[in-house]
Design a protein around this ligand. Structure first.
Ligand code: GLU
Length: 451
């Protein structure tokens, strides 16, 4: 009889590090999950015997490819593109595409790994994947972006499909880029299917997809506060980022009666003591999206605000915090500062914005802390609904979709309670999300045998 592999957590992590050299983000994401899963599977022999965690932490495949394009001056430029297909146990691979100079194989492997648990938590049939390129859209003309997207899709098309792998947007990829990529996919394959989500409304997109990640994060936050019989009315919120997730999170906070104090970008953060209301949010949306401007210009439009260069906003006292920019933007010391300043709840709009030290600080302080895989799942959830609408060849109404988004976020919250309730009024949402997501994928994998 085979002897099952009961390694301990440090030995398991040693193996992960050894097999994934120079991939710190991926190792970090695996460790954050493994810390909870090891405890959960302690007495569950089958998960050990079948090496389920080891298998989820080994992508089904990583496709890496060259992307050549010509800039406006006729120079040939060469970028690297990837698609990481992490796991399709419960549905086609699903996850965004990121264009940013910080993109590496490690970053995309961590995102695809996280996506696997996040997608499972939504309750929709979606596996986990992620793709992208180290292409930097900043400062590029629209035609350069179009040529890049076309070249990227000229390779990617052979790896994706409505029942195979369905990419969407992420940092640096919005509706415009999805349009360029969908156009190229359609041109190459002569196939009009829901192969991408985040599409325009005229060509198969879904209402509220744009708002869904930010709105969903705030719904999740409201669910967390409700466990303490609290709501957002009169609460101050510190938000990082100023893109799609941050601005829609801000919008929903304002709608639910809260006051948003900050937004940020890679140059620094703005602090508006009067609160960033809907009119100011609209200004930021159009400034960032249409004019591709910097957040520091906010203080010219709204002079009561201040701009703090080169810093993140976590030193500003607040009741609730929403990191909505990027990975590892909130470190251990930032977490300690937030808690010292009386922050009661943190809901992540970005993927893995808090580093491991910060996660441990929030857990030890027993505050309401939601990891991105739970609180930012609203975006991919509405992507899942976009896929359903495409299969049905019809579009659902906005009120139907709003209700479905709310229900899905409440369902994720409930899964976190099921697996994360520590007694004494403390819910460990990280543990709840990790176990809730893992169990669903793991049980499907057990059914398939050793594949
Ligand atoms: N990029 C988003 C995420 O991190 C959305 C992915 C999708 O809609 O497929 O979840």
């Amino acid at each position: 009889m085979a002897v099952s592999d009961h390694v301990d957590l440090p030995t398991f992590m040693e193996g992960v590090k050894k097999r994934n050299p120079y991939q710190p983000e991926f190792v970090q994401a695996v460790q954050e999950v493994a810390e909870d899963i090891f405890e959960f599977i302690q007495d569950k022999e089958e998960y050990h015997a079948q090496q389920i965690l080891r298998r989820i932490a080994e992508p089904d495949r990583v496709v890496s490819f060259r992307v050549c394009w010509e800039d406006d001056n006729g120079n040939v430029r060469v970028q690297r593109g990837w698609r990481v297909q992490n796991n399709n146990a419960i549905g086609p691979y699903k996850g965004g595409i990121r264009f940013h100079p910080s993109v590496t194989e490690s970053v995309l492997k961590f995102l695809a790994f996280e996506q696997t648990f996040k997608n499972a938590l939504t309750g929709l049939p979606m596996g986990g994947g992620k793709g992208g390129s180290n292409f930097n859209p900043k400062g590029k003309s629209v035609r350069e972006i179009m040529r890049f997207c076309q070249s990227f899709m000229t390779e990617l098309y052979r790896h994706i499909g409505a029942d195979v792998d369905v990419p969407a947007g992420d940092i640096g990829v919005g509706g415009r880029e999805i349009g360029f990529m969908f156009g190229q996919y359609k041109r190459i394959t002569n196939n009009f299917t829901g192969v991408l989500t985040g599409k325009g409304l005229e060509w198969g997109g879904s209402l509220i997809r744009t708002e869904a990640t930010g709105y969903g994060a705030v719904y999740f936050l409201a669910n967390m506060l409700a466990t303490k019989s609290e709501d957002l009315i009169g609460k101050t919120a510190v938000i990082s980022g100023s893109g799609n997730v941050a601005t829609h999170a801000a919008e929903k906070i304002v709608q639910l009666g809260g006051k948003v104090l900050t937004l940020s970008d890679s140059g620094g953060y703005i602090h508006d003591p009067d609160g960033i209301d809907q009119e100011k949010i609209n200004w930021v949306k159009s400034h960032k999206t249409h004019r591709r401007g910097r957040i520091e210009e906010y203080v010219e439009a709204f002079p009561k605000a201040t701009f703090v260069a080169g810093k993140t906003p976590w030193g500003v006292p607040c009741d609730v915090a929403l990191p909505c920019a990027t990975q590892n933007e909130l470190l251990g010391d930032d977490a300690r500062t937030l808690i010292a300043n009386g922050c009661k709840a943190v809901a992540e709009g970005a993927n893995m914005p808090t580093d491991l030290d910060g996660v441990h600080v929030f857990k030890a302080a027993r505050i309401l802390y939601a990891p991105g895989k739970a609180s930012n799942a609203g975006g991919v959830a509405v992507s899942g609904l976009e896929m359903s609408q495409n299969s049905e060849r019809r579009s659902w109404r906005e009120d139907e979709l709003q209700q479905m988004l709310k229900d899905i976020m409440a369902g994720i919250h409930k899964s976190c309670l099921t697996y994360g309730d520590q007694g004494g009024g403390y819910i460990d949402y990280v543990k709840g999300a990790n176990i809730g997501g893992f169990k669903k994928v793991a049980d499907a994998m057990l059914a398939f045998g050793v594949v």
